[in-house]
Ligand binder design. Sequence first.
Ligand code: ZN
Length: 383
Amino acid sequence: MWKHPLFCSAWCMGLLSWLLLVALRTVLHEGSCFGPTDTHAPRLACLGHLMATCDVSVDFVAQWKSPARYKDCAYFHDTEVREKSWTNDWLIEQTATPAVSPSSVIVAEDPPSAITISRAFQPASHHKPYDVVLSSLDTVLFYVHSDILLRTSDNGFSSLLSAPCTSTAIDISEMSAVLDALLHVLYSEPCAEKPTFQTLVIAVDHMRYYGLEPRQHLTSSNPMYGYLLGFAPLFPLDLYALAARYDIFELAASTSSHLLRYSLPTISDEMADRIGAVYLNRLFHLLVRRSEALKSILLRSPYPHHPTPRCNFEAQKQMNRAWSLGVAQLVWEARPDIPANEIESAFSPLAIPITCELCRQSLADRMKEVVTLWASVDRTISP
Ligand SMILES: [Zn+2]
């Protein structure tokens, strides 16, 4: 049977098939001729390099969740790794964190925990390479530029940047939301999401700690100025106090127009102290000036017309008396922020009993004049 030609052929074909299957399996599982099949290879290579260069032990993965360990590693300051790490190979995901607004941070999900990076100040957020990494109290990393931070600081950013080329992240005693607002002021860049008023106040209040003068930065050209001013209708007195505290006159003046209905006697001692005597006096004079201006504008009665058979000078005195009565009532109740339409509404009943067309026309002309003059009265404090 073994010598039968048909049996020999079948046995040889079986052997060849088995050899072919073995070879194919070897190529697929061990060979590299088909190129890399592991999509996580770059990440594993990076982890390996990190362990080798940063002198971390094999339990590195278990300690990965420690941002301090991560941020101290100079390897992450290497450009090549930066490109790999913070683009596609590291599965960057954007998630919400309680410390800062969701759109302002990137959370790089990696086993077993997360690293939070500021979205606005991530490694590749600016054309110029960063040279300093800041870490907030809630461990959000900000990749920034020492020349921008030191440009206007008169104390080396609170002496924290004495060695700007350090490879270690510098701890900043601010929450990430405050540090984010502070950096946006220095970079004069708009925020992806408007900071809260409380965050802005803290950021401005802390500027001098970092050797920064708020008045120098919070000008109308800085986006943060616009954010602050946007809160004027909601927090007029607090914003006025903030501007007054740092002598930012333009911001205080713009805010003062929202304080026209404010009653000065209701200002607390603490708030008065925060505003300071100079700006409190300016606000007081603004309110007084407008009240006096309103009285002055309303003081003059409508011009009398030439006497006619139906309406002589004596008859026109009736209109003057009615005007005086209306003025007395309006001035007694008037606020420095009274709108022009309220003034018109207060005087419109005066015209009802007047039958003379010339008198009615004179009254209408006078009302137009009052409205025009009142609109031209300053609504903001003066230097
Ligand atoms: Zn008349």
